[in-house]
Design a protein around this ligand. Sequence first.
Ligand SMILES: NC(=O)c1ccc[n+]([C@@H]2O[C@H](COP(=O)([O-])OP(=O)(O)OC[C@H]3O[C@@H](n4cnc5c(N)ncnc54)[C@H](OP(=O)(O)O)[C@@H]3O)[C@@H](O)[C@H]2O)c1
Length: 480
Amino acid sequence: MTPTSTLTDRYVETILRRLPDRQRPDIEKELRASIADAVDDRLDAGGDPAEAELAVLTELGDPERLAAGYADRPLQLIGPALYLDYVRLLTTLLATVVPAVAAAVGLVRGLQGAPALRVIGDPLEAALTAGVHIVFWTTLVFAIIERTAAPRRTSARSWTPAALPEPPSRRARYGELITQTVLLVLFTTFVLLSPVVSTETDAAGDPIGMLSPWLWETGIVYLFIALVVASLGFSFAKYYVRWSVPLAVAGSLVLIACAIALIWLAANGRVLNPAFVEAAGWPPSVPRWIATGLVVTSVGTLIHTVTVLVNGASGGVGTFTVQLARTLGAEVTGICSTRNAELVHSIGAHHVIDYTREDVTRGSGRFDVVIDLAGNHRLSEFRRVLTPKGVYVSSSSAGGVVLGPLPRLIAAAATSPFLSQRLRGLASRRSTEDLSLLAGLVAEGKVTPVIERTYPLNETADAIRLREAEHARGKIVLTA
Ligand SMILES: NC(=O)c1ccc[n+]([C@@H]2O[C@H](COP(=O)([O-])OP(=O)(O)OC[C@H]3O[C@@H](n4cnc5c(N)ncnc54)[C@H](OP(=O)(O)O)[C@@H]3O)[C@@H](O)[C@H]2O)c1
């Protein structure tokens, strides 16, 4: 059998993600075996391994369609042949038509000078009605096609393995994406409704918008919203599409443009409407505070936060590493088992990956620093999740029976000089200076040693048993 490569892994995972849990193990086994057999056949015929794999996956076709075929949906309303197109069309319509209807109704109500409650309530009602209609009519049309048309065998869109998405890595990242989307919708709604929905009115009873009319007169407001939407688009692309340098650079440029625009507007007093400030009776210091807040927030988005991955975050070394990285201002992701996830969160990790459920090296997350305390992945796998100038530090004794971690450390030392990434091994050294620094952080409450259990010295054997059998949480302490 030919060992599966990353491409096959991604292909298989794309299928498995769309199947019920109970079906996954059997189908994974079956799929991998048939892919490996087909690749072997091509190799026997004298092909190149990478080309053989590519050809086999291309022949198998769109994994989403294959998954729809695998999923047993008895008495289905929409069968496997159409299910995927049905879901794609439905989600596209819901994601585009519903917000457009809501925005249009909101704009019309605003222009009609309707009361604030109707300007907000009517779009929501219209969005709900549009959503129900879209679901009903799309389902009806597909159900009719399902029962009348001959089943299709070919995919509506051509597919190649290059289209395989990176498996979404961290649920936390998905949560961030959703939060970002909700904030964007709220922000855009607030900005667009600002001229027509206001707490203040002029002598004629017309609303006085909170934001400067100059933003509309010059069209800057639409440019700014376009930049913010583009920045969200890049966040989605980084999550669903393969991470690449051009994508990251383009995303950063858009983010920088947003921040610079906001700083300029705030610094030049172009954000708030002076007439609104006057009508609301705000003291002159309020606009200044708002402008300062906007500048600080914008500068904050420009400052790059170092992302650190701690593999083995719940152990004796990992619990200190997580807290130290957090204290130094990094965005920390810790890897541990399910039972220790809560602990790793509680000591300051922003994100936690459960290694029994998710393989970080197959995800789309990228880290500036990887601190490997578990040694359960090959160096090349960790290099995939490192940023181009990232640093990998191995401090794990895990490895083969004879040489232990030595091959990994030698590989790191030998390849590092030829790479933009830096790969290092780290051996502990006793240093009074380091210990004093650590003691100071503990005294300040910035670092708290995690101690699973304390044993008297004569129970040392039990302490070692606990450590070896169950991976102690944090440290085990022996007292005299
Ligand atoms: N270089 C040096 O001088 C030096 C000094 C001290 C220690 N070390 C080495 O550093 C490593 C960590 O030491 P430690 O005392 O922290 O060990 P430990 O307390 O046993 O912790 C091991 C950690 O690895 C995690 N882990 C286990 N299997 C994993 C997997 N498949 N994927 C990801 N994480 C996994 C454990 O999580 P769960 O408990 O949640 O399963 C736990 O967080 C060891 O290899 C040790 O030899 C090196």
